[in-house]
Design a protein around this ligand. Sequence first.
Ligand SMILES: [Zn+2]
Ligand SMILES: [Zn+2]
Length: 350
Amino acid sequence: MPPHPETWLKVRPDGLYCEPGDFFVDPLCPVGRAVITHAHADHARPGHDAVLASPETLALMDVRMGAGRAGAVQQALPYGEPITMGEVRLWMEPAGHVLGSAQVAMEWRGSRAVVSGDYKRQPDPTCLPFVPIPCDVFVTEATFALPVFRHPPAEHEIAKLLDSVALFPDRTHVVGAYALGKAQRVIALLRRAGWDRPIFLHGAQMPLCAAYERLGIPLGELLPATVAGKDKLAGAIVIAPPSAIADRWARRLAEPVVCNASGWMRVRQRARSKGVELPLVISDHCDWDELNQTLDDVGAPEVWVTHGREEALIHEAAKRGIRGRALRLVGYGDEQEDLPDAETRSPAAA
Ligand SMILES: [Zn+2]
Ligand SMILES: [Zn+2]
């Protein structure tokens, strides 16, 4: 009988620790060996001795933290290439969350666990789609794990934005989108919808957009919003960090229509309190249906749940005979959607 994953994949204060492989997955503090699912700040922290991640994630960590700061020794592991870490066979598959995002599959003595990091099932032109991996334990996020959260197709939300631009041709539409993943997805979706004019960027959005282009994701013509005059920005679309859309920075724009691209925009109250005129329900996380669909797709008899509304998902999984466990790891959040973050408040952002 293969050992149960809880005997070899342990919950420690620093994160999930794989004992026979002697490494952590997405550790919350600097450790000896870290395997990183994706480059968001709550999963990828600096200062490890050795780091293993997808090539794209390593490149994006360099941009976010400064070259080499993720770890002294860095190893790039492309999707689908198994390696051995200690006694463990490990490989990565796409998670569909942001460019380079990976699920970490681990196998020890015939027992298999998959840590999915953050993931979504909606198509995204900036990253490869999520691949379901059959396993004994599936570790899932639960950011939007309540039945109230249902994300419409992102294309519908982009159409809403373009309708508004057509309706108010003299105003600037400023879209709040976090700098890693969301901004590039919104831009790529606008291009697909036929928006071929330049898209203007807040300074904080420039480095990661440039990195996406270097990594092979074309985003079309991007210009800094700061150098463009107010009249040039009339009728234009500007992408900015969520923290900047309702503050002094946005007032320089021509009668801005404040938009925000986030799964939280489903909650009207939340949009209103943030001064958002046009909420766009675009999320890089699964909604309630996607989470439940994924549990069925991977077919694991047991699911471990992190960051978010663990109880609702565990309750729903139990109805289908899936055992649930809340990991209660403190430190994972939903990126820059709410948390103040160095990235969105750098001096360059002014
Ligand atoms: Zn993330
Ligand atoms: Zn996360």
